[in-house]
Design a protein around this ligand. Structure first.
Ligand SMILES: NC(=O)c1ccc[n+]([C@@H]2O[C@H](COP(=O)([O-])OP(=O)(O)OC[C@H]3O[C@@H](n4cnc5c(N)ncnc54)[C@H](O)[C@@H]3O)[C@@H](O)[C@H]2O)c1
Length: 437
């Protein structure tokens, strides 16, 4: 009898030990959820600083409260380590490491490969390995299962493998982690059953699919759907600009239709770890099968062009005021990739800043969540949103619509405002200064 047969009972009794490899925006909340329902959880990360902070019961992820972490630490249910040797003591291992793009925009699965190699060295009979990092269909089956089997054990017999995509949405206060259904697909029916079993402990609803490839594709469909629809509304924004129409008014009115329309917002470009990256994983995989993912390519082109459109429009606004971009003082309001987060990965603000600086603009920024912004070779510092700061700027560009900012005050104090997010929709005074995307 395989030790996999014991795993169901161990999960039910909460005696199964849970490992989470990669303690970032995805891994840390997951680790906490498992600890909260009574499992003993060990988090693994290469970053010794994160491990140290966690073991002090402090959080570095906005959506995870330090009090919750501290309580689980005190209860002895949550610990973090850089020592991957402890993986052998776990029963279920969740992998939540980054899956970025390389400089040439190809999938970079090197973090996953490293994590899986670390697991292989400690793999034993009875282990359930669940991959959660977003990746192209076939990664689990074609790359990771063979790698794990090099340990001399058979997948589906000695150990189990499943893929379960992450749906976490940082700063989303409406949906708690456990309320968002969890999709899971195993390498074999037994692997799926075990994956379902473990996630039933922390999610209200678990959705099994027939394979790891299918589960990988679910995530890519979800995010490709978003990227393409954002590409569509961004193109509609460009159309409305040519037509002299207010795209926000058009979208809001269209969204009153109770069926057949879903509201997406235009903006200065895509940001974050998922939406700009995931469709590229799918398009890359399809190219290897001689299939061109045309919707993805079109949306990527439109969305990728938005920062340039914003920078050009800033130049046009300054021109209207008889100011050259070269030497103009530009205040960027918000540099995080979305409201209420500190994450600047792939943020369109980075491109906009670089494009304007290349034309000689003097850039300043304010972001309540991002005190410092690294733009090689230097680091910018967030400035206080004082009356002087607003008045000194030739133009204020709203790139991220953080809710804590007083936009009426921004408009009152600024000479010009370029609002790429419709953050000033409720501002009544000084509207003549505002240009919207
Ligand atoms: N952030 C999101 O909103 C989100 C949502 C859904 C899915 N995802 C996907 O989840 C995965 C993780 O994303 P994230 O945002 O949590 O990333 P992150 O960068 O916040 O965290 C990843 C963590 O993994 C650690 N790490 C890297 N390589 C490691 C290794 N070999 N062993 C152990 N630790 C390692 C890093 O130090 C870091 O702490 C990615 O595939 C991402 O696309 C992210």
């Amino acid at each position: 009898m395989s030790r996999l047969d014991d795993l169901t009972a161990k999960i039910e009794a909460r005696t199964a030990r849970i490992g989470v490899v990669g303690l970032g925006y995805v891994g840390l909340p997951l680790a906490l959820e498992f600890a909260k329902v009574g499992f003993r959880v060990t988090g693994f990360d290469l970053d010794a600083e994160k491990v140290r902070i966690l073991n002090e019961g402090r959080s570095y992820v906005e959506d995870v409260a330090s009090e919750d972490l501290a309580a689980m630490r005190e209860a002895g249910r949550l610990e973090a380590t850089t020592d991957f040797g402890t993986l052998s003591a776990t029963d279920v291992i969740n992998v939540c490491v980054p899956t970025p793009l390389t400089k040439t925009k190809d999938p970079d699965v090197s973090h996953m490969v490293r994590a899986v190699e670390d697991i292989r060295r400690r793999l034993r009979s009875g282990h359930l390995v669940i991959l959660g990092s977003t990746t192209y269909p076939g990664t689990t089956h074609d790359l990771f299962v063979p790698l794990l089997q090099e340990a001399g054990l058979e997948c589906g017999v000695d150990f189990a493998v499943a893929f379960a995509p992450e749906r976490i949405d940082p700063a989303n206060k409406k949906w708690k982690v456990r309320e968002v259904p969890k999709v899971v697909g195993g390498e074999t029916p037994l692997c799926t059953r075990l994956g379902v079993k473990v996630f039933e402990a922390i999610f209200d609803h678990v959705v099994p699919v027939s394979s790891t490839q299918s589960a990988e594709m679910v995530k890519l469909l979800e995010n490709t759907f978003r990227a393409i629809n954002i590409g569509l509304v961004n193109e509609v924004a460009l159309m409305c600009n040519r037509l002299g129409l207010d795209v926000w008014e058009v979208i809001d009115a269209a969204a009153t239709k109770p069926y057949g329309f879903m509201k997406f917002q235009p903006g200065p470009g895509l940001g974050g770890h998922c939406i700009p990256v995931d469709p590229t994983y799918l398009a890359w995989k399809m190219r290897s099968l001689n299939f061109s993912a045309r919707f993805i390519e079109t949306a990527t082109e439109i969305n990728g062009h938005m920062p340039e459109y914003v920078a050009t429009t800033v130049g046009d606004l300054l021109n209207e005021d008889r100011i050259a971009v070269n030497g103009a003082r530009v205040l960027i309001l918000g540099v995080a990739y979305k409201p209420d987060v500190s994450d600047v990965r792939e943020s369109p603000a980075l491109d906009i800043i670089q494009l304007l600086e290349a034309k000689g603009a003097e850039i300043h920024y304010h972001d309540p969540h991002v005190p410092e912004l690294r733009i090689d070779p230097r680091t910018l510092k967030s400035e206080e949103l004082s009356d002087e700061c607003l008045a000194q700027a030739d133009v204020v560009v709203i790139v991220t619509d953080h809710p804590g900012v007083d936009y009426a005050r921004v408009v009152a104090g600024a000479n010009r405002v370029y609002d790429t997010r419709n953050a000033t929709r409720h501002v009544t005074d000084g509207r003549e200064k505002i240009r919207k995307l």
